[in-house]
Design a protein around this ligand. Structure first.
Ligand code: OGA
Ligand code: NI
Length: 352
């Protein structure tokens, strides 16, 4: 990798070779091979029963069950930092259109997908996921990353024109995810004992970005990683499974717990900024993706940013701050720098 000094994060393009490797995985080139990393950490097997939390929006909204369901939401965010959300009320047609457009985009020949390829030192567009300055290794996935909100920050040249339904589908989907975030923060506020408007306000009108990932099937799943272990650095992440292929794993107490996607559910996780806002009450959990042997896997992942009047800091209602306050722009820069180094920026803000 060139010019590590002035380049905080890098994304490699999807070349013809990369595309051929993904299409026929009998031989895994060095740049993707990292069996030691795959083996790092015990994966909890089918022999041990466990359940990642499931939260039901219909129960959150029903006065009869609301209190119990809010407690469930709260413990999911405290203990796991991850949950699946059922009966979420998001417009089904909007979700289906987003899924269709996503699949159609990834099925296009490489030449067509390259119409929205990342540019040198760029962040948006089609390419590999980020890779760390310390590692030459690449993730086993194709990713399209875009800024979706606010409108004036959209870079149209990276929004696929093919399939023709894509832009409209994403525009509508982006709105739905903003609304879902607002609805969820109301119940999180109840759980935390802060004013609804206070927590909702930290998310409203902030930036939103999206990552579309396609993880091709791989004949050597013991050698490659779909997405490198990481924590999400922003506020809240809302993940849609486009198909029913599993692959996401969540780390808890050092062990990896594979998530079994529930049909029609969203996977929601706490990002580092929400951990800071809640003064460490909610946990942002490490996660990774391993590809499937037989089936491809596609996801649509929305990242919701949050801050308090331009500052990332714990809500004052939640007691003596255990994190230093930092300007949001500085936070985002620091977070990218740490991501490139393989460290966590949030750790550097902790007040000891
Ligand atoms: C991410 C992420 C997981 C997935 O994009 O940050 O963790 O299953 N994605 O695609
Ligand atoms: Ni993530």
């Amino acid at each position: 990798m060139e010019r590590i000094g002035d380049k905080v994060i890098s994304r490699a393009e999807i070349t013809d070779d990369a595309s051929a490797t993904f299409a026929d995985s009998t031989v895994i080139p060095d740049r993707y091979a990292r069996p030691d990393e795959v083996r790092d950490g015990v994966v909890v097997g089918s022999d041990e029963s466990y359940e990642l939390p499931v939260v039901d929006m219909a129960r959150l909204l029903n006065p009869e069950f609301s209190e119990a369901e809010i407690a469930k939401l709260g413990s999911a965010c405290r203990d796991w930092g991850f949950f699946q959300l059922t009966n979420h009320g998001v417009d089904e047609a909007v979700v289906e259109d987003m899924k269709d457009s996503t699949l159609q985009f990834f099925r296009l020949p490489l030449e067509k997908k390259k119409a929205v390829a990342i540019q040198a030192n760029g962040f948006e567009g089609f390419g590999h996921h980020y890779n760390r300055a310390s590692s030459e290794k690449l993730d086993w996935a194709e990713s399209l990353i875009l800024v979706t909100q606010p409108h004036e920050q959209r870079n149209n040249e990276f929004w696929p024109a093919d399939p023709s339904t894509f832009r409209d589908a994403l525009d509508k989907y982006s709105m739905e995810m903003s609304n879902l975030t607002s609805r969820l923060t109301v119940f999180m506020a109840s759980d935390l004992g802060v004013e609804q408007e206070t927590l909702m306000g930290t998310f409203q009108g902030k930036t939103q970005s999206v990552a579309f990932h396609y993880y091709p099937p791989c004949h050597h799943p013991d050698k490659v990683i779909g997405i490198t272990p990481h924590h999400d650095g922003l506020g809240l992440t809302l993940l849609l499974h486009v198909d029913d292929t599993p692959g996401l794993q969540v780390r808890k107490n050092g062990r990896w717990y594979p998530l079994n996607p529930l049909p029609g559910a969203f996977v929601i996780n706490v990002g580092d900024i929400l951990q800071i806002l809640t003064n460490g009450t909610y946990k942002s959990a490490e996660h990774r993706v391993l590809p499937d042997v037989e089936k491809g896997r596609a996801t649509v992942v929305m990242f919701q940013n949050a801050c308090v009047a331009g500052i990332v800091k714990p809500l004052p209602e939640l007691g003596e701050a255990t994190y230093k306050a930092i300007d949001h722009v500085e936070y985002v820069k620091g977070n990218f720098r740490a991501l490139a180094e393989g460290t966590r920026f949030v750790d550097s803000l902790k007040i000891m």
